[in-house]
Design a protein around this ligand. Structure first.
Ligand code: COA
Length: 433
């Protein structure tokens, strides 16, 4: 395909996301090592683009590395308890200085006229203020955390008013108490609190280093996040983000995204492409969907029999489904199986067949097919599978739109080749995952 055709395809592919994100509220935390990296200028353009696409943005900047540097330059030790910085009175002025330095850099970059860039001529109105009310963390295990605080309240109505006027709200990790004291707040926690207070549509963390341990372009449910938190090999930085992700999803934030800005435009890839780029935490895909059990066989048969009769699906006997039931995922609504998929691994190779994908006709075009395929892909990836294939007579275009291709050099596994019915003339499609 020519470059111009790639561009046209990409633009068409992005259109549903542009429509879906308009007027939605995104809370974005950017860590300070990203802000002072050479990736930042690209990110600034992308933030400007989101603002111009009508997305309501609240941005929080991290300052951990800058605080460490300021304290070190002034010969003060960084002290921590339970992974939380202890901000004592001696450290506070340098902490405030470090935070202001990051904020000023952020302000200045977002205030550029963005000449010679894709966003040339665009202006962003950035506003900050005393939107975060803090309170002391107090004494933990006998240690006075002094000026290290937590969030007491977020002035969400004031923030919403500014967002409605298309301002971008920039927040630092400082909170002020009703008595005028200043508190240093953990930025990830503040971002989570802001997202929850605003009932944001998305909470996005942009932080380096995530790709060192995580598979990118993946989806996690909150229960998978909980399992990661219990796993001692999960790095502390990631745990803290996953903890915030769980709280946010439980408080009705729809999706949380963790993005390691390794490539220019990672944020755009995550938001405007189907496969995404970062790690998405959501329970939306999993609501109503579950692994099938033996009791579902009757429901699966009632769902697929009309499709088998019409020739859309290949015949499967009750016995065959019984044998393969552990590879099925179903969606149940009001006690009825309304959709199913099977992802059947090949015994020898790292590949699996996507089979028996069916959505009840009353529920088609609502995203259930897409949802099941994503779950099947996630599960396959988790078990080390790298290639999926499917045989289809009438749904090849649906699979093409989900990243499958028809390739002449794909060899069916032996057992499958033996059972292949040439009379059906099914197309063989595959997808690397
Ligand atoms: C194919 C199927 C699983 C899709 O499920 P779904 O939940 O409706 O799919 P989604 O909501 O994720 O996607 C819907 C989109 O796919 C399109 N689509 C549905 N069937 C399609 C097909 N055969 N070819 C191309 N596109 C198709 C719809 O038109 C819709 O696009 P639009 O909203 O832009 O019009 C469902 O239509 C089905 O059960 N079909 C019959 C069984 C079948 O053919 N299974 C595949 C066996 S290999």
């Amino acid at each position: 395909m020519s470059n111009t055709q790639d561009y046209v395809q990409w633009f068409r592919g992005a259109a549903p996301y542009i429509k879906a994100h308009r007027k939605k509220t995104f809370v974005i935390m950017v860590s300070d090592e990203v802000i002072f990296s050479d990736r930042f200028i690209g990110l600034v353009h992308d933030i400007a683009l989101l603002n111009h696409l009508g997305i309501k943005l609240v941005i929080l900047h991290g300052s951990r590395n800058s605080i460490d540097k300021h304290l070190q330059n002034n010969r003060l030790d960084s002290k921590f308890h339970q992974n939380i910085r202890i901000t004592d009175s001696a450290a506070l002025p340098f902490v405030v200085q470090a935070i202001n330095e990051v904020k000023t850099h952020f302000d200045s970059q977002l205030s550029m006229g963005l000449p010679n860039t894709p966003m040339s001529g665009s202006e962003i109105s950035l506003v900050g203020g005393n939107f975060v009310i803090g309170m002391p963390l107090g004494v933990i295990d006998g240690i006075d955390m002094q000026h290290s605080g937590k969030v007491r309240a977020i002035k969400h109505e004031a923030i919403n008013e500014l967002l409605a006027l298309n301002h971008v709200v920039l927040l630092s990790n400082l909170g002020y108490s009703r008595t005028g004291e200043i508190f240093n707040l953990p930025t990830e926690e503040l971002a989570g609190e802001v997202a929850r207070a605003l009932r944001a549509d998305k909470l996005i963390f942009i932080q380096s280093g995530l790709s060192e341990t995580e598979t990118l372009a993946s989806t996690l449910s909150t229960s998978q996040c909980e399992a990661r938190l219990l796993d001692p090999t999960t790095p502390a930085d990631l745990s803290s983000l996953l903890g915030q992700a769980i709280l946010a999803i439980q408080a009705q934030v729809k999706r949380v995204h963790l993005i390691d800005p390794q490539v220019d435009g990672g944020l755009l890839l995550e938001l405007f492409t189907r496969d995404g780029y970062g790690i998405m935490v959501t329970n939306l895909f999993y609501e109503g969907s579950r692994a099938a059990c033996i009791d579902d066989i009757g429901g699966i048969l009632s769902l697929i029999e009309p499709l088998e009769a019409s020739g859309a699906l290949v015949q499967r006997s009750r016995e065959q489904i019984e044998l393969e039931i552990m590879h099925f995922q179903v969606i149940e609504k009001d006690g009825m199986i309304i959709a199913c998929i099977a992802c059947i691994p090949d015994g020898e190779k790292m590949l699996a067949e996507i089979a028996c994908l069916a959505v009840h006709e009353n529920y088609q075009r609502a995203g259930f097919g897409n949802q099941l395929l994503q779950i099947a892909e996630d599960r396959a990836k988790t078990s080390g599978i790298t290639l999926l294939y499917t045989l289809t007579t009438r749904t090849s275009h649906w699979f093409f739109e989900h990243g499958f291709i028809e390739s002449s050099d794909f060899n069916l596994p032996t057992a499958k080749r033996d059972s292949y019915n040439p009379a059906r003339a099914s197309k063989i499609l595959s997808k690397s995952i």
